[in-house]
Design a protein around this ligand. Structure first.
Ligand code: IMP
Length: 217
């Protein structure tokens, strides 16, 4: 059994859709200290260690953000705070003033079970997903590495999806979904299966699921 440390029902739903076959995913409603860092991997790794120490069972933590290219990656690691304070309409209005409205969602899954990891030469999944992902080198910048810092090892899996910021459309999903368009459709216009097939979280979950299955066999 795997504990997913989140209070976000949308994320939990997506993880279950994706990992259903590989793992029984149970929600762990535990308030980790979300450290201020301008790198979502650092935030996720810190939270995973803290949650593992609390529950003493295998845990995953997911940290994600929306990065708008013309706004120097804003809101990035501050996406949750900006969503709560400014709201997604204001983020759309900021992007609307720019000629370049390209953006990306990024996701990092941090896994911790208190054990070390054998040095793993594999990138678990280096294939790109989606028609327009080939253009960006960052899609292959996997962080499928052991994080050396700290005493408890954490393994990281990264996902990335490119898109554009648009005026809000669609009723589904959560967070910034209505203003993020991928391949002509906003995430809020997709059902969970369609979104998982292309999303940052889907990609990170796919990498994690494959690795986790091998680990638990
Ligand atoms: P956190 O990872 O829970 O800190 O969330 C980061 C922020 O990004 C929150 O405001 C989420 O609503 C938003 N976010 C993360 N993933 C998605 C997504 O798939 N769609 C829309 N918003 C997202």
């Amino acid at each position: 059994m795997l504990r997913f440390v989140t209070t976000n029902e949308g994320k939990l739903r997506e993880a279950r859709e994706y990992l259903g076959a590989e793992a029984e995913v149970r929600q762990l409603d535990f308030d980790t200290t979300e450290i201020q860092a301008d790198d979502i991997a650092t935030v996720a790794a810190h939270s995973a260690r803290e949650a593992y120490e609390h529950v003493d069972e295998p845990v995953i933590v997911e940290d994600s953000g929306l990065f708008v290219d013309a706004l120097a990656g804003f809101p990035g690691p501050y996406s949750a705070y900006v969503e709560d304070t400014l709201g997604i309409e204001r983020v759309w209005h900021l992007a609307e003033m720019e000629d370049d409205r390209s953006a990306s969602f990024r996701s990092v899954i941090a896994y911790c079970d208190g054990e070390g990891f054998a040095a793993s030469p594999e990138p678990v999944d280096t294939e790109r997903r989606g028609p327009d992902q080939g253009a960006d080198e960052r899609a292959t910048a996997t962080t499928d590495d052991q994080v050396a810092a700290g005493d408890i090892p954490v393994k990281l899996f990264e996902g990335y999806v490119p898109g554009e910021i648009v005026a809000p459309r669609g009723e589904g999903g959560f967070g910034y979904d209505p203003i993020f368009e991928h391949d002509g459709t906003t995430f809020a216009e997709m059902d969970a299966e369609e979104k998982n097939a292309v999303s940052h979280r889907g990609r990170a979950l796919a990498k994690f699921g494959e690795w986790y299955q091998a680990r638990t066999q």
